[in-house]
Design a protein around this ligand. Structure first.
Ligand SMILES: Cc1ncc(COP(=O)(O)O)c(C=O)c1O
Length: 474
């Protein structure tokens, strides 16, 4: 193995600790670190241990803050040892201890057609022969742009960037440039990436870790960020009344995933469209998570509400780093070089990310895709809720298409305050139990889960069986 005393026996390169019918990629496993550790897999071991993950994580903590490159991965809110992933395929993943998991995180959303899809990998290999980055226009950008524009009702023109954070930064600058107003309304528990103006009552890792608004964010960056509870019409009306003529935009997750899974009340999105129109403000759907997930055209197709601007990420990069923002032509033509609003990116529109996005979206266009996602996800969430209730736990939850979530509270959950009533220590115990049963959920009560086209009914039944067992012992 690559030069660091990390030895993996051949079994490790051929398959998981227990059997699976899902084929695996034969990716070579190279570790480029000077950390000294010896990792080997016990050929006879079938029990769940995380010994090698622990060694690797202890080493990582000396190298990277908290041992990770994104906070929720460190398992702080569920406790115990994070797992260190070796490989993924379809709906499954394997850690470096040889444990196999049914995966409901899907790399936090992108893996909707399944991990390491053979067609995507083959297309990437072809593209790679021509190079990995041009820093100049390429035809693949046109293809993905055309696919996004055809799919997403609000998007007439699109700008590709490299992450959801960048997309949200860009769209906010654009909304301010277009309206010549500075204030923005965001909702408590919604996450729009880690740019300064959005780190106010943010969801995702900020919510999971219970952090106050982050140090290092200047007051001047957030002074124009107004917040409201999600689903609260009166609070939004009050903000528009108090800040008359000053609000550039309302941005939201049209279905929240970053405070757990929370759906909009039926009238909420209509109301936001109406009040933004009446006040010459823009409505922005942050569809980094929901885009191409709730429906091919995202939440806006699903709910039949067309915002002014939309952000995308995750799925449109098919597992490679991508984000995008888009909207009406007259607004998008403000963006440089068509217009004066500056935004740029060295790797934006790079051929590998475009390729993975194109082939992922092609797969999603096949008939029956979203029906299948809905079917398996309904089976999953109904099974989990039934098992939890049968074992006497307070639990509520739901799903739309391949996005789901459940809270350890009776509910209903309409906003982040409701979500916070959940019994998070019970969630943590449930989480650890499920992990040991070979089921990988997001390691936080305040994150949504995802299914993909490679989740089988057998995967789902195994998950429900595991949940029944774990719920009984909570
Ligand atoms: C709704 C939403 N917006 C923005 C982001 C930020 O995207 P990224 O992590 O790619 O920067 C996320 C990430 O999870 C998200 O869920």
């Amino acid at each position: 193995m690559a030069g660091i005393g990390l030895s993996l026996p051949s079994k490790f390169t051929h398959g998981p600790a227990f059997s699976s019918s899902i084929p695996r990629s034969s990716s070579s496993r190279c570790y480029s670190s000077s950390v000294k550790m010896t990792v080997s897999v016990d050929e006879t071991k079938k029990t769940f241990t995380l010994q090698k993950s622990e060694e690797a994580f202890n080493a990582a903590k000396e190298l990277m803050p908290g041992g990770v490159n994104s906070p929720v991965r460190a398992f702080r809110s569920v406790g115990g040892q994070p797992i260190i992933i070796d490989s993924v395929k379809g709906s499954h993943m394997w850690d470096i201890d040889g444990n196999e998991y049914i995966d409901y995180v899907g790399s936090w959303g992108p893996a909707i057609i399944g991990h390491a899809d053979d067609e995507v990998l083959a297309a990437l290999a072809e593209t790679m022969k021509k190079g990995t980055s041009f820093g100049a226009p390429c035809l693949l950008e046109n293809i993905l742009a055309q696919m996004v524009i055809s799919a997403v009702p609000s998007i007439e023109m699109v700008r590709f960037v490299n992450s959801g954070t960048e997309a949200c930064m860009g769209v906010l600058r654009l909304a301010r440039a277009f309206t010549c107003k500075m204030k923005v309304i965001k909702f408590e528990g919604c996450y729009h990436g880690h740019a300064d103006p959005f780190l106010v009552k943010a969801g995702s890792g900020v919510a999971t870790l219970g952090l106050p608004d982050s140090p290092g964010v200047p007051k001047s960056a957030t002074i124009d960020t107004l917040t409201s509870p999600y689903n609260d019409i009166t609070a939004v009306e009050n903000l528009f009344n108090t800040h008359k003529g000053e609000i550039a935009a309302v941005i939201l997750e049209p279905v929240v995933g970053n405070a757990g899974f929370i759906t909009p009340k039926p009238e909420f999105l209509n109301f936001l469209q109406k009040i933004t129109k009446e006040n010459d403000a823009l409505l922005i759907f942050d569809e980094v998570m929901t885009g191409f997930r709730l429906a091919y055209g995202g939440a806006q197709e699903y709910f039949g509400i067309t915002p002014d601007l939309t952000t995308l990420g995750k799925i449109i990069g098919g597992g490679l780093p991508v984000g995008a923002y888009g909207g009406r032509r007259e607004i998008m033509e403000m963006v440089a070089p068509a217009g004066p609003m500056y935004q740029a990116g060295t790797l934006s529109g790079n051929p590998l990310a475009m390729t993975a996005g194109i082939h992922t979206l092609k797969r999603l266009q096949e008939p029956g895709t979203y029906d299948y996602l809905d079917k398996v996800t309904r089976q999953l969430i109904e099974g989990i809720l039934d098992a939890g209730k049968a074992a006497g736990h307070e639990i509520c939850g739901g799903h739309i298409s391949g996005m789901f979530g459940f809270f350890f509270t009776d509910g209903p959950v309409y906003n982040f305050e409701d979500a916070k009533k959940s019994d998070t220590s019970k969630f943590a115990r449930f989480y650890r139990g499920m992990l040991e049963e070979g089921v990988y959920f997001a390691p936080s009560q305040f994150e949504a889960g995802f299914t993909g086209l490679k989740h089988t009914h057998e995967d789902i039944q195994r998950t429900i069986d595991a949940a029944e067992k774990v719920f009984k012992n909570l």
